[in-house]
Design a protein around this ligand. Sequence first.
Ligand SMILES: Nc1ncnc2c1ncn2[C@@H]1O[C@H](COP(=O)(O)OP(=O)(O)O)[C@@H](O)[C@H]1O
Ligand SMILES: [Mg+2]
Length: 278
Amino acid sequence: MTAAISTGASSPDRVILPSPAEIRRSLPLVTVRGLRVAYDEHVVLDGVDLDLFPGEMVALLGASGSGKSTLMKSLTGFADIAGGSVRVAGHDVTNLASGELRTLRSEVGQIFQQFNLISRMSVLTNVLTGGLHNAGRINIAGSFSSADRQRAMHLLERVGIVDKAKAPARSLSGGQQQRVAIARALMQRPRVILADEPVASLDPKLASSVLDLLREIATEDSIPVLVSLHVLPLALKHSDRIVGLRHGQMLVSAPTPDLDADALAVLYDDGEAPDENH
Ligand SMILES: Nc1ncnc2c1ncn2[C@@H]1O[C@H](COP(=O)(O)OP(=O)(O)O)[C@@H](O)[C@H]1O
Ligand SMILES: [Mg+2]
């Protein structure tokens, strides 16, 4: 079993933030050791180690093709694991029992660059679909329970777009759509959140506000948030820890305050870290 820190908070103004020491003391919700993924002869991840602790926002850096998405897929059983061990929220991903994959995926909230919303449906319905991982939540008439609707509205309030609940998802701006996707992920009551390039389609100001929101969720809900990014200043500003892949190997893993752009240049072939003008 894994343990999460309890903030003892039921409303945002009563949040007691865990100290970094408290975060470290709790058990990791994700533990990866010696992970190897290969497609035919091509080794994509090579001996990767990773721990994710409750309450921390971890930025995953690396050049395009370094294996960031594959690492995230490995955590949810979407990659063919050739070696090593992967434990996520108590599940041994390399050795899942029958039916366990569905449970694992219901416990991991995923957020993508392109939001992946159902564009013609309302914002509220999109959020409600996040709860569908848990079987039996739709009644016979095919509608959602009032408890679920209330919860979805509460989550839309939390991500700051409750006034858009009835609007079709496609009518929202990119930043707003990503907030819907975050609310949808929260609807699952995730134990871990994986966000693969969640701000790559947003301008820098919106990108910052979405990352602020994700970090707030990590802290308030005491869950780890792993977020891949390719803009270094965003990673340095919005994470507690940075891990970095180069050619499938984890070359960096350190608290963010210990790192700067020079220290991270090792992740990039030309020694030049990408900036905002990627
Ligand atoms: N399904 C696949 N089949 C073959 N090669 C793949 C597949 N998925 C990813 N790769 C390769 O694995 C490497 C890492 O890809 P990826 O994890 O998407 O990197 P990143 O997210 O860091 O850009 C790339 O060389 C990519 O071409
Ligand atoms: Mg990728």
